[in-house]
Design a protein around this ligand. Structure first.
Ligand code: 8YV
Length: 315
């Protein structure tokens, strides 16, 4: 049987790219100098598309792929996929849930520790030789503090388990109240008002765009720290910079940004912000598992006619 043609629209690690190249005719749209030329020459043959979690896939690109059957996302987030459009054309969409949950939750806890206990500042303090001159600053006890989680999905729940183990209190908000031991707060402003750490763990996309706005940040207030391991689009970044500059909120720990890899310049010099380069799932073990699942979804579709982890909207 001839190998199916697939198009790749994001940079992929070799441990995914190479196995794909062994079983598929791969067309690297991401690296192609002449993208329209590639689509004109190969578009009519393409049956699969592989993209990253944060990759935006415009419908104009999909229009140029009339035989497309499946989009396999290398990531859990599929906010870049036009899901309604895919439904209307019968295009399957798969992602890589579960395999990255622990790692992403670890990063949330790391950011709570780094901001609350000041570890990043204190590391700089030691390296600058400051300890020779004076004692370190006092920081904030985590046990007993209140964590508000926006989005109690798989990752939100893994964060809740971890921070409970630290002795922190957990409440959450989201689309629905769930049958869990944590307290549900129906609106985000109220959750922010009662939280010491507001942790963003919901999916990105239009439904959550700029949901953490100036009003939510004002409610979080000077006692509160914003943690975001989900998507930059969920936070109004202009409002966040203003809130950090004015001291409206205490600080922020951020792994994701609105326009990655670009970070608002003002944030780079702020001492009350910890910045990470979107590393939630970036361990060797997890990226390998994500790569395996991303390819397994394509393989299952092209050999057995089903996908392993179809996104819920299309199930
Ligand atoms: C990855 C992510 O950085 O899973 C997601 O949705 O954002 C991250 O795990 C990304 O998907 C890699 O392409």
């Amino acid at each position: 049987m001839s190998q199916p043609d697939i198009v790749i629209t994001a940079p992929l690690p070799p441990f995914l790219r190479d196995p794909l190249a062994a079983d598929y005719r791969c067309h690297d749209y991401h690296a192609a100098a002449d993208k329209p030329g590639l689509l004109a020459a190969e578009g009519a043959r393409i049956r699969g598309l592989v993209q990253g979690g944060g990759t935006a896939t415009p419908t104009a690109l999909l229009d140029a792929l009339p035989k497309l059957e499946i989009i396999s996302v290398f990531g859990v987030g599929y906010d870049g996929v036009p899901v309604d459009y895919c439904r209307s054309r019968g295009i399957k969409v798969s992602n890589t849930p579960d395999v990255l949950t622990d790692d992403v939750a670890d990063v949330a806890v790391g950011l709570i520790m780094m901001t609350g206990r000041g570890f990043v500042r204190l590391n700089r303090f030691v390296r600058a030789g400051e300890w020779e001159r004076r004692g370190p600053e006092l920081t904030t006890r985590l046990a007993g503090k209140r964590v508000g989680i926006l989005g109690l999905g798989r990752i939100g729940k893994a964060i809740a388990t971890r921070v409970r183990a630290l002795g922190m209190e957990v409440a959450y908000t989201g689309r629905n109240r769930q049958d869990v031991a944590y307290r549900f707060v129906p609106d985000l402003v109220s959750l922010a008002a009662e939280s010491d750490f507001l942790v963003v763990a919901s999916p990105g996309g239009d439904a959550t765009r700029n949901m953490v706005d100036a009003g939510v940040l004002a409610a979080l207030g000077s006692k509160g720290t914003l943690i975001n391991i989900a998507r930059g689009s969920i936070v109004d970044e202009v409002a966040l910079v203003a809130a950090l500059q004015k001291g409206t909120i205490n600080g922020a720990g951020l792994d994701v940004f609105a326009d990655e890899p670009h970070i608002p310049a003002a944030m780079l010099t702020m001492d009350n912000v910890v910045l990470l380069p979107h590393v939630g799932s970036a361990t060797r073990e997890t990226r390998q598992a994500m790569g395996d699942l991303c390819k397994a979804n394509l393989d299952a579709w092209f050999t057995k006619g089903h996908v392993l982890t179809l996104i819920p909207e299309l199930a």
